[in-house]
Write a protein that binds this ligand. Structure first.
Ligand SMILES: [Zn+2]
Length: 168
């Protein structure tokens, strides 16, 4: 993860202005990033020759370096928001807990599958159910289902020979 390179106070103030100017700050209390989003729905922004997640850059500009391996989380639950006062630092586990508490998690990352679940997944996928539907039903990420179906996981249970990753 990039860190902000040393700047004078004037440069820092100019950077904060520039950053705020790239947001929609008029329509709500949130500072809504107006630029490119990554696949997770977070803003992406270039600064000092590095690509940042916009909210992480916002936190860094206003509060300083983000401690290693920590996440910048949204109190407002709006991924596009970069208002420093809506952001707080937490661990990846905090992030997961927060997502689950807010009902934002689309799947339970930690769902455990029993052997029977795995066999049922194979049966349902083989019968034509989509990977995404099956993933939702069993509370796992869809790559998990793909990996089962191409023998990368639980192949001893399923007897599926390992092959390339399935698209889904
Ligand atoms: Zn916000």
């Amino acid at each position: 993860m990039p860190k902000i390179k040393p700047m004078t106070n004037d440069e820092l103030a100019a950077s904060m202005n520039w950053f705020e100017g790239r947001m929609d700050t008029a329509s709500s209390d949130c500072w809504i990033w107006r630029g490119v989003l990554n696949s997770m729905g977070y803003g992406r922004i270039s600064f000092q020759g590095n690509v940042w997640l916009a909210h992480r850059l916002g936190w860094s500009l206003f509060f300083g370096d983000i401690p290693d391996s920590m996440c910048v989380l949204h109190a407002c639950d709006n991924r596009k928001c970069c208002n420093p006062s809506h952001l707080f630092i937490g661990t990846q586990q905090d992030n997961m807990d927060d997502m689950i508490a807010k009902g934002r998690a689309r799947f339970r990352m930690m769902a455990k599958l029993s052997k029977q679940n795995v066999l049922d997944i194979v049966k349902e996928c083989s019968a034509g159910a989509t990977v995404c539907d099956v993933a939702k039903k069993y509370g796992v990420a869809h790559p998990t289902v793909s990996m089962i179906m191409c023998g990368q996981r639980w192949s001893k249970i399923t007897g599926i020979e390992r092959k390339g990753r399935l698209p889904c």
